[in-house]
Every structure is written in C-alpha cells, then in structure tokens.
Design a protein around this ligand. Structure first.
Ligand code: NDP
Length: 337
C-alpha cells in the first residue's frame, strides 16, 4: 500500500523526499481487512493543488484548512473505486469523490467528506479533479457570484493556463468580455491564445503594467497570484472594478507582500471578493453540473492536464505546481480501474 507521507514542515518550497516521503511499508489485506461497517477504496486519481502548501505548516498556526499531520499521509481531492463494502448504499464497483488520503487503498468508515459520483463516459476520471472538479467549480462559481460581468468589459486573469484560470478565460469570452491573461511561459501563452484570450502574455518577460496600460483599464481582476501583480491590477483598474480574490500563490512559499496602495480601493470604489469554493458549492453545484460539465465533455470548453503515474510522484507534482513547471491540471494517476 504505497503512501505519500508528510514528513517535515518545509521552509520555503517543499523538498521532494524530505517534505513528502514515499512509503510502501504498510500492507492492507484487501480480501480480509475488517471494514467495521465501512468500505474499502482503491484510489484511482489524486489532485495536486497549490493550497496543499498551506497545509504543510506547524500545527499551532491557524488557517481555513487544518495542517497535515506529520508522519501521516497527505490528502487532497481524489477519486476511488469501491472494492468491498459493508455500508448500505455504497455498492462494490461504485466510485467516490472527496478529500482522500494519499495512499493506494484506504478504508472509509462512512461517506463523511465523500460522495458517490458517476462519470460522463466521454471524460476520464482525471478531469473530475480538474476542469469538471474543484478547480472548474472555483472558476465557474466565483465568476457567477462576483464578476457582475457585462458584455464588452475587460477582465485580467492570472495563471491563465492552469485549471482555474483557463476556465475563467473561456467563461469570460462566452460572456462577451475582452480577456487579458498572463502565465509564466511562452507555451502557456500559446495555450491561452488558443482558448480565446484576446491578449496573452508571459509575465516573466513582459511588463504587466505596460500591458494593462495599453489594453486596460480593467473592470474585473481574477487574482490567482497576489503580490506585485495585484498592485498593478489596482493601478490599472477602472472605477467600480471587481477584484475576485481566488488565490495569491506568489506568497505561498514566501511571506506575502503587503499591498502598496490600499487607498486605491477607496479612490476607485473597488470591490474585493475573497472566497473559498466550498462555501459557493451548495448554491452553484447543480448549475455547474448542468452547464459546464457537458461543455467540457463535448469539447466546447478546453482543458489541459499534466499527468504523472504513481503515488511516489506526488512530491514532484506539487513542486511543479508551486514553481509553475506544470503544464495543465496536475494529476497523479494512482491506478487504473
Ligand atoms: P495551477 O495549475 O495554475 O498552478 C499554479 C500556477 O501558479 C503555476 O503553474 C504557476 O504558473 C503559477 N505561479 C506559481 N508561482 C507563481 C508566482 N510567484 N507568481 C505568479 N504565478 C505563479 O493552479 P490552479 O489553477 O489549481 O489554482 C490557481 C489559483 O487558484 C491558486 O492561487 C489557488 O490557490 C487558487 N484556488 C483557490 C480556490 C478557492 O477556493 N479560493 C480553489 C482552487 C484554487 P505560471 O507558469 O503562470 O507561473
């Protein structure tokens, strides 16, 4: 039973084999392990997400998600198939989705934190932790809730080649906006152009302020990065612009930079909407399933995945997400059906 364990609190970026350690010393007797009324799951896919860095902290530091426990498996969004079950309503062969431990097999006592899920036959399971899963929900639900988008407005989207940003770009185009999008490589720029961004640029080689001055001012800022880019967006925002504060990855491995000119919030009557997708899910879950997933399945909405195989690759995949070397939704495929 291979597992990815949280072995040490990192300073700065996590270190593969120090922060996250692969372990295969635990065995589960798949045929006979007692279920005690629960069910045995074989993990198929695991999501690797930026927020996982925030859970790699000392236990006494509070935050919106509990810290990972040292010496225990990491956990994140995942999909698994039920191998044995003693729980009514959970059939052998059915699939579950939720926050699952990073181990090849686990026994769940009940469905708490998990839900049964069915797949559109046109989509692989990996997409259900990406465009058709939590990151896709994040893009759709916060856009619906906070953008107040009007046709012809201008939006600036950061990390536009990732699973959240790329869906924001496509929904904004569908709503008739002009989209400015940034990411950290020329390949990612080409991808963003391919999915409809009107202006796409590499923030490592192009000055964000020069782009926003020429193509703005912006009415909506989709913030995935924080830091100096957020300051630039405020400087080039229109009156009454909406800031959708989704993430601030530039501060996840370092101390976040303070905002340079908060007075602009007053002067431009800016609205800042911080959110966590879990709070938006009850309201928008059904609409997401009905409106977005079919468009992903029929190819109207595009996505990219960066898939690695094997639970021993979790550390590499997470580092890739935090450093930006991932080229699409980072997924670890643990097993086939
Ligand atoms: P991605 O797959 O896009 O991976 C993160 C990307 O961030 C990297 O690929 C990299 O792309 C970029 N990045 C890394 N470091 C920096 C930096 N210092 N400055 C600018 N960009 C950087 O991730 P997701 O699409 O899954 O997530 C995007 C954002 O959404 C994250 O901030 C995440 O925390 C947030 N989020 C928030 C949720 C919520 O409920 N509020 C839910 C889900 C995600 P590049 O090559 O462009 O640098």
């Amino acid at each position: 039973n291979g597992r990815a364990l949280f072995a040490a609190v990192p300073i700065g970026y996590p270190v593969v084999d120090q922060t996250i350690v692969y372990d295969n010393t635990q065995t589960i007797d798949l045929a006979n392990a007692p279920l005690n009324g629960g069910f045995l799951v074989k993990v198929l896919v695991l999501s690797v997400d930026p927020y996982m860095r925030g859970r790699m902290r000392e236990p006494d530091i509070p935050s919106y998600m509990p810290p990972f426990a040292l010496g225990k498996p990491l956990a994140s969004g995942g999909i698994g198939v039920v191998l044995r079950s003693e729980l009514a309503g959970v059939e052998v062969g059915s699939h579950i989705r939720g926050i699952v431990p990073h181990q090849e097999y686990f026994i769940a006592p009940n469905l708490e934190g998990l839900e049964l899920i069915e797949r559109d036959a046109r989509l692989p399971w990996s997409v259900y932790v990406g465009a058709a899963g939590m990151p896709g929900e994040t893009a759709y639900m916060a856009w619906k809730e906070y953008s107040k988008a009007k046709k012809g407005e201008i939006v600036f989207v950061t990390t536009g080649a990732g699973p959240v940003g790329s869906l924001v770009i496509q929904i904004a185009k569908q709503d008739g906006l002009k989209v400015i999008a940034s990411a950290g490589s020329d390949d990612k720029v080409a991808f963003m152009e391919g999915i409809g961004a009107d202006v796409a640029f590499n923030y490592k080689t192009t000055d964000v302020r020069a782009v926003l001055k020429k193509e703005g001012p912006i009415d909506i800022y989709w913030d995935n990065v924080g830091g100096d880019t957020l300051d630039a967006a405020m400087e080039h925002a229109n009156m009454f612009a909406r800031f959708i504060e989704c993430g601030q990855i530039s501060g996840y491995n370092d101390n976040p930079q303070p905002m340079k000119n908060p007075l602009l919030i007053v002067a431009k009557c800016l609205t800042f909407n911080g959110f966590l997708v879990g709070f938006l899910r009850p309201k928008h879950k059904e609409a997401f399933r009905a409106e977005v997933v079919p468009k992903i399945a029929d190819g109207s909405f595009h996505y990219t995945e960066d898939i690695v195989r094997g639970i021993d690759k979790v550390g590499h995949a997470l580092l890739g997400v935090l450093k930006g070397t991932n080229t699409g939704k980072a997924v670890v495929v643990v097993a086939d059906e």
